[in-house]
Design a protein around this ligand. Structure first.
Ligand SMILES: NC(=O)c1ccc[n+]([C@@H]2O[C@H](COP(=O)([O-])OP(=O)(O)OC[C@H]3O[C@@H](n4cnc5c(N)ncnc54)[C@H](OP(=O)(O)O)[C@@H]3O)[C@@H](O)[C@H]2O)c1
Length: 106
C-alpha cells in the first residue's frame, strides 16, 4: 500500500465483533475485525506523515447484501459517505464515522 502525506484512506467498517446475536456471518465479521486492526495499526505507524485513515459505516443500505428491508437508500448512503469524506479530507486524523458524519465510539 503506497501513500503520501495527502492520501486519505477510507474503509467500510462494521461493528463485527460487538453484537454477535446468533453467531452467524462469522467469517465476514472476522474480516471486519481484521480490517479495523489493520487501519488502527497503519495509522499509528504513519500518522507523523499526515495521512488520514477513516473507517466508515455506510448504514444498513438497500444493496444485494443489505436487502430490500434496509432503511437507507443507496443514494443517501453514498452522498453521505462522500460528504463526510470531503469534510475529513486532509485532516490527518483517524476516526470511525457513519454515513451521516457522526463520529462513532469504538
Ligand atoms: N449493505 C449494508 O447494509 C452494509 C452495512 C455495513 C457495511 N457494509 C459494507 O459495505 C461494503 C459494500 O457492501 P454492499 O452492501 O454494497 O455489498 P453487495 O451488495 O454484496 O456488493 C458487493 C460488491 O463487491 C463486489 N465483490 C465481491 N467480492 C469481490 C471480489 N472478490 N473482487 C471484486 N469485487 C467483489 C461485488 O461484485 P459483483 O456484483 O460482481 O459480485 C459487488 O459489486 C462491504 O464492505 C460491506 O461489508 C454494507
Amino acid at each position: 500500500m503506497r501513500h503520501n502525506s495527502h492520501d486519505d484512506i477510507a474503509h467500510g467498517k462494521y461493528d463485527a465483533g460487538i453484537d454477535v446475536d446468533d453467531g452467524s456471518w462469522e467469517v465476514y465479521r472476522a474480516s471486519k475485525a481484521a480490517l479495523n486492526m489493520l487501519a488502527r495499526c497503519f495509522y499509528e505507524r504513519h500518522k507523523e506523515e499526515g495521512c488520514t485513515i477513516l473507517l466508515m459505516h455506510p448504514g444498513w443500505v438497500k444493496t444485494d447484501m443489505g436487502g430490500e428491508n434496509a432503511p437507507v437508500d443507496l443514494e443517501a448512503s453514498v452522498d453521505g459517505l462522500y460528504g463526510t469524506l470531503a469534510k475529513w479530507h486532509g485532516s490527518g486524523k483517524h476516526a470511525f464515522l457513519d454515513y451521516q458524519g457522526n463520529e462513532l465510539p469504538w
